[in-house]
Design a protein around this ligand. Structure first.
Ligand SMILES: Cc1ncc(C[n+]2csc(CCOP(=O)(O)OP(=O)(O)O)c2C)c(N)n1
Ligand SMILES: [Mg+2]
Length: 421
């Protein structure tokens, strides 16, 4: 691969400069503001949705990143490609009857998942949601793990006990497993941030919530707590316009979900979720703020869920023109164009090599995952509940020194054997 020149070629003048700030103080990184709305209509007794407004505008350029080097741009692009191609492979595995449950897709959201997770350092924490498979890849889970998980293989992160994405890694990768009850992860990550503070660790804790999930009570309770305690939480609101079959407009009366930040006294930021540079810059600033003890940031990433809720949902309720509008804003096609044609940081040949490399990696991982055995039936009886003797629980952010010893002594003989570092 050609070594990208450290000197940046500049993007178009429009794609640079300071982000705007709305009348509520919400920072807006976007270079275009879609001008349409989704309305409910009844035709021949059937309720459905239509789009009203102007859908003819061409896609905006990619915004120039203030922080990313050319090499980092290419790395994010590679993660996005891997994210998309892995989901395409999962769709095929599902159609071949090899996936045990459903499959969830982040099609059209790869830039948001990958560029946000890319802003995290090794010590930071991530709690992904079901569409953030790209974030898992960036955080170091190989595609084979995700594929084995969907196929409930013995070698999958949950050893076949879960058939979608309820897994994490609290020891090496600092990833908390997704929680299906929408919004609950926000409180969990606020708790991780609080624990880290007691340890004097300066870390950022990132998680996601959807436009639908933002309506839960726990969203309010957790974010308010994080704000009052000034915890290092980075909350990305993935506004992909749909919560199952409910349009975002029918979920919240405010147009910009980032404005909710005002109610908690924290910064609110809007980004175009299909532009990885915007996502990265906003996430990077929020992580820096979290690490220096500045408190939480709410980032609203505006984009579109380009498939149904999961593989079983054909999304027939979504007006077709909306798909066409967002297809023009495909994050991977636009980023590829930016890297190859606008910046010329990748030659077309290097781009092809990179794509082939991603496909090769994926092919090897898919073969590995498919060839892996299913768990032995008798294994199902173990490893679900901890009886206090089956494994050691080592808290990552446990108490230190004398306090730790005292706590461990108190716990001995109690419900769980806790071994403190
Ligand atoms: C508290 C709670 N209520 C309802 C559900 C059922 N549910 C799962 S996903 C979903 C839609 C979520 O929409 P959104 O938050 O916009 O996320 P998206 O699927 O668009 O990524 C619902 C209602 C749930 N898991 N948890
Ligand atoms: Mg949604």
């Amino acid at each position: 691969m050609k070594k990208p020149s450290p000197k940046k070629r500049s993007a178009s003048p429009k794609a640079r400069g300071t982000p705007g700030v709305d009348s509520c103080g919400v920072v807006d990184y976007r270079l275009e503001k879609p001008d349409y709305r989704v309305v409910e209509v009844t035709r021949n007794g059937e309720v459905g949705y239509e789009v009203r407004g102007d859908l003819s505008a061409p896609a905006a350029p990619i915004r120039e990143s203030k922080y990313l080097t050319p090499k980092q741009h290419i790395e994010i692009y590679r993660w996005m490609l891997l994210n998309r191609r892995m989901e395409a492979a999962l769709e095929n595995l599902y159609k071949q009857g090899k996936v045990v449950g459903g499959v969830y897709f982040g099609l059209g959201q790869e830039g948001c998942s990958c560029a946000s997770a890319y802003a995290l350092g090794k010590e930071d924490w991530l709690a992904p949601m079901i569409r953030n498979q790209g974030s898992l890849l960036v955080r170091g889970f190989p595609a084979r793990d995700i594929m084995m998980q969907y196929m409930a293989k013995a070698g999958s992160p949950t050893k076949g006990r879960d058939a979608s994405s309820h897994f994490g890694d609290i020891y090496e990768r600092n990833v908390a497993a997704p929680i299906s009850m929408l919004g609950d992860l926000i409180g969990v990550m606020a708790g991780v941030a609080l624990g880290a503070r007691y340890q004097g660790r300066k870390i950022a804790c990132m998680t996601y919530i959807g436009d639908g999930g933002q309506s839960t009570g726990i969203f309010h309770e957790s974010l308010n707590f994080a704000a009052v305690q000034q915890l290092g939480l980075v909350l990305i609101v993935e506004n992909n316009l749909w919560g199952y079959s409910t349009p975002a407009e029918h979920q919240s009366a405010i147009k910009d979900l980032a404005q909710r930040a005002i109610a908690y006294g924290i910064p609110g930021v809007i980004v175009d979720g299909t532009d990885p540079c915007q996502v990265y810059d906003a996430a990077h600033e929020a992580c820096e703020r979290a690490r220096r003890g500045g408190g939480p940031t709410l980032i609203e990433a505006k984009m579109m869920r380009m498939k149904g809720h999961a593989i079983h949902d054909a999304a027939q309720y979504v007006p077709r023109p909306l798909f066409e509008y967002w297809q023009k804003r495909d994050p991977i096609a636009r980023f590829e164009n930016y890297l190859v044609k606008v910046r010329k940081w990748l030659t077309p040949g290097e781009n092809n090599t990179l794509i082939e490399d991603v496909e090769r990696e994926l092919e090897a991982d898919r073969n590995f995952a498919e060839a892996s055995p299913m768990p032995a039936p008798e294994g199902a009886v173990g490893g679900v509940y901890c009886d206090g003797t089956c494994h050691e629980i080592t808290p990552k952010y446990g108490l230190k020194g004398q306090k730790a010893k005292a706590a461990a002594a108190k716990m001995k003989g109690g419900e769980a054997a806790v071994h403190l570092k």
